[in-house]
Design a protein around this ligand. Structure first.
Ligand code: GUN
Ligand code: FE
Length: 470
């Protein structure tokens, strides 16, 4: 990686350190060190005092170039995609309207199996990582395929392009085709260990890329494989763990058949040592009271993925309001390619829409056969889940997700369009125009609900510029 210099921005910063509060910092000076750490964050800083503030940090305008954000621009923390499958990048948008287990066998396993070819994996992952960065995804929690080589290529690609990532080789030794399955529990565990070692060799301090222990889900993993991965998690206390959890009725019924000794999936993962504060549970749609209690007690993170959940063969909505009410860690995931979109803006919209549906306005009947009336997810809560909440889910809550001195600088410059901007010529994108009297909450709402990657002009990860539109 090329060596970075320090940099500074002056203008408006917007972030959500708390789930329900949008903090707007105007006329703010933010100084980022050459290692990508926020060295200084000073709201309400008059422009003429900037040189002396830089000098107090031993910088000048030439050693620490300053970007003055225009009145149409603001800084936002980078998005954290807490659940994504890089090998499924090629299948997004296909295979809607079928149930999970059929979709896995018909569409997903054949796509993932293509990653045995390292040339395919290289091309696919380059496009996937670049596609995420372009849309402001500064951190992704990836499942790779079951291939060791492809998984290492994914880690290498993230390092080269500068995306922060958790990366897990999928462990899966049953209920998969014979051309895409771990031969037995031993080989699943050994391959996982090799994959962890190879990723750690690429980034020994885990400053950007870290391996994750990744049992695909109960159906794909024998008892011995789950036990082996649990043992690995006990030996590698620094590693995150990710799996699919309570995703569909069919999946839950089959899991129950396979593990009759357990009443619920939380019990299953807990017994094998896979349920804890490092665990990221994708979906968590149909938890029992017992499950929610265990997830909360074990301080698990939840990756809410509303796009796949509402476009398979059922309209399923996780009880996100309840998770938030309990103060649990909740993030958003694209679930590429079960999710059709790799845009976190789209996921935020979908989280909002799904929550309105769950609220059960039509006759007071909830979507999952319940009768509870839950308040919908606000745009601010959506943004929190996409940034600070997601960072906590990924185990990075003390590093990224919001702006503070000592945190690392993962951020994007958002450019909206104002009426005066269109008077000066064509503006890029289709985001709804900002009106004179709009407060920042309204501007952010316009961006989340109508913006796209054309409004994301520049993206930074750990201070490194990873996208530049102009
Ligand atoms: N459950 C097991 N594997 C998968 C997968 O690839 N995507 C989703 N959405 N659910 C899964
Ligand atoms: Fe998934």
């Amino acid at each position: 990686m090329s060596t970075q210099t320090a940099r500074a921005f002056h203008g408006t910063l917007v972030h959500t350190p708390q789930p329900t509060h949008l903090e707007v910092l105007t006329n703010t000076l933010i100084i980022i060190s050459p290692t990508g750490v926020i060295q200084s964050l000073q709201p309400s800083t008059p422009e003429d005092t900037i040189p002396s503030i830089l000098a107090s940090h031993n910088y000048t305008l030439s050693t620490c170039p300053l970007t003055a954000l225009s009145p149409s621009e603001f800084l936002l923390p980078g998005f954290i995609d807490t659940h994504s499958h890089a090998p499924q990048w090629s299948q997004r948008g296909t295979g809607r309207g079928i149930d999970l287990l059929t979709w896995l066998n018909k569409i997903t396993f054949p796509q993932e199996a293509r990653c045995a070819d390292t040339a395919h994996a290289t091309r696919l992952f380059k496009n996937c990582v670049a596609g995420g960065l372009k849309q402001g995804i500064t951190t992704a929690c990836y499942y790779s395929s079951l291939h060791i080589e492809a998984t290492t290529i994914l880690a290498q690609t993230c390092l080269e392009q500068g995306q922060r990532a958790l990366i897990g080789r999928c462990a899966m030794d049953r209920h998969a085709p014979d051309w895409y399955v771990d031969a037995n529990p031993d080989s699943a565990i050994v391959a996982t260990e090799i994959s962890i070692a190879q990723i750690q060799a690429l980034d020994p301090s885990g400053s950007l890329v870290r391996p994750a222990i990744t049992p695909r889900f109960g159906i794909s993993c024998s008892d011995a494989t789950l036990q082996g991965l649990g043992d690995l998690a006990a030996r590698h206390r620094e590693l995150p763990i990710q799996t699919h959890f309570n995703e569909s009725r069919g999946e839950m019924e089959f899991t129950k058949e396979l593990f009759p000794q357990f009443d619920t999936e939380s019990q299953l993962y807990e017994v094998y040592g896979l349920l804890g504060p490092r665990t990221i549970l994708a979906h968590a749609i149909y938890p029992s009271e017992f499950d929610i209690g265990r997830m909360q007690a074990r301080r698990c993170g939840i990756a809410h993925c509303p796009t796949p959940n509402t476009t398979m063969d059922e309209f399923m909505v996780a009880p996100v309001r309840e998770y938030l009410r309990r103060g649990m860690k909740v993030g958003l995931g694209t679930d590429c390619g079960g999710g059709f979109s790799a845009s976190m803006l789209e996921v935020m919209r979908w989280a909002f829409m799904a929550s309105v549906a769950r609220k059960g306005r039509a006759g007071g009947e909830g979507i999952n056969g319940t009768r509870e009336i839950e308040e919908e997810i606000s745009v601010v809560e959506g943004l929190w889940m996409a940034t600070a909440g997601g960072a906590r889910v990924a185990g990075l809550g003390d590093k990224v997700g919001y702006f503070a001195e000592g945190m690392e600088f993962d951020a994007m410059v958002v450019r909206m369009a104002r009426w005066e901007d269109i008077n000066q010529g064509e503006v890029d994108g289709v985001m709804s125009l900002v009106e004179e009297g709009d407060d920042m909450e309204t501007v952010v709402e316009r961006f989340v609900m109508t913006g796209d990657d054309r409004n994301i002009r520049r993206v930074f990860v750990k201070g490194r510029e990873v996208k530049t539109l102009d």
